[in-house]
Write a protein that binds this ligand. Structure first.
Ligand code: SAH
Length: 222
C-alpha cells in the first residue's frame, strides 16, 4: 500500500485540482452525475510517471511510454457517459487497451466486473499495480490482442475500446451479449466515436462525435 499522501495528492494533484477538473468537464457538457463523481474520486496523477504527475488534471492527453498516451479527461468522461447511459446495469465490461489503467479504474468504480486487455506487457504490469494501489479488486487483466476480444469465449454486456480500428471488428460484435453495447472510436484518418447495440437480429449503429485515438494494432509485444 502506498503512503496515503501519494493517493491523496497535494498542490497540482490535490482533491481541489480534481474538483476543478470536474467543473471543466461539466462546462464541456458532461452531465452524468455518476461519471462526474467517479472522476472526482479517481486520483489521475498515479497513472502517470512522477515527472508528469503535476500535469494530470490538465485537459490533455499525456505520454505513458511505448508511444502510447493517457486519454484526455474529457474523452474518458465522454466515453464512460456514453457507455453508462446505454447500459447502466451492465455486469461484465470488456475494455480494449488498458494503457495506464485510468479508464479501467473509472469503469471499475461503476460496474461490478471489468476485463481489460492490453497488447504491451510493461504497460499492463504498471496498470495492474495501480489497481492494487487503489484497492480495485474487480478487474481481470490479460496480455492479448484486443482486436480478437477476450481470449476465452465469453459474452460481455459492454465493450469499450480505447484504440481505433479502421472498421468495427466483427470479433468484438460476436462477444456482445444480447442487448449489449460496444463503444469504440472507428476510422483511419478521421475517427468517430461509435456506439453499437446488439439488438439480436441486427446491430444498431450510432455515429457520435469526431475523436482522436491511437490505432488498434494487431499482435502483442513483451
Ligand atoms: N484509456 C487508456 C488509453 C491508452 S491508449 C488510458 O487512458 O491510459 C490505448 C491503448 O490501447 C494503448 O495502451 C495501446 O497499447 C492499446 N492497444 C492498441 N491496440 C491494441 C490491441 N489490439 N489490443 C490491446 N490493446 C491495444
Amino acid at each position: 500500500m502506498a503512503p496515503q499522501t501519494e493517493l491523496d495528492g497535494f498542490g497540482m494533484t490535490s482533491p481541489r485540482a480534481r474538483a476543478r477538473l470536474v467543473e471543466r468537464l461539466r462546462d464541456r457538457g458532461i452531465q452524468n452525475r455518476r461519471v462526474l463523481a467517479v472522476m472526482e474520486n479517481t486520483p489521475r496523477h498515479i497513472f502517470l510517471d512522477e515527472a508528469l504527475s503535476h500535469r494530470a488534471y490538465e485537459e490533455t492527453a499525456l505520454p505513458i511510454g511505448h508511444g502510447q498516451t493517457l486519454s484526455q479527461p474529457y474523452v474518458v468522461a465522454r466515453m464512460t457517459e456514453v457507455l453508462y447511459e446505454a447500459v447502466p446495469h451492465a455486469k461484465s465490461v470488456l475494455e480494449i487497451g488498458t494503457g495506464s489503467g485510468y479508464q479501467t479504474a473509472v469503469l471499475a468504480q461503476i460496474y461490478p466486473q471489468i476485463y481489460s486487455v492490453e497488447r504491451i506487457k510493461p504497460l499492463q504490469d504498471k496498470a495492474r499495480r495501480r489497481m492494487q494501489q487503489l484497492g480495485l479488486r474487480n478487474v481481470v487483466m490479460k496480455h492479448a490482442d484486443g482486436g480478437l476480444g477476450w481470449p476465452q469465449p465469453k459474452q460481455f454486456d459492454a465493450i469499450l475500446s480505447a484504440a481505433a480500428p479502421a472498421a468495427i471488428p466483427q470479433t468484438l460484435l460476436s462477444q456482445l451479449a444480447p442487448g449489449g453495447v460496444l463503444v469504440i472510436p472507428v476510422g483511419e484518418h478521421t475517427q468517430y466515436l461509435t456506439l453499437v447495440r446488439d439488438c439480436r437480429d441486427e446491430y444498431e449503429i450510432s455515429t457520435l462525435e469526431p475523436v482522436k485515438f491511437v490505432p488498434l494494432l494487431s499482435g502483442i509485444t513483451r
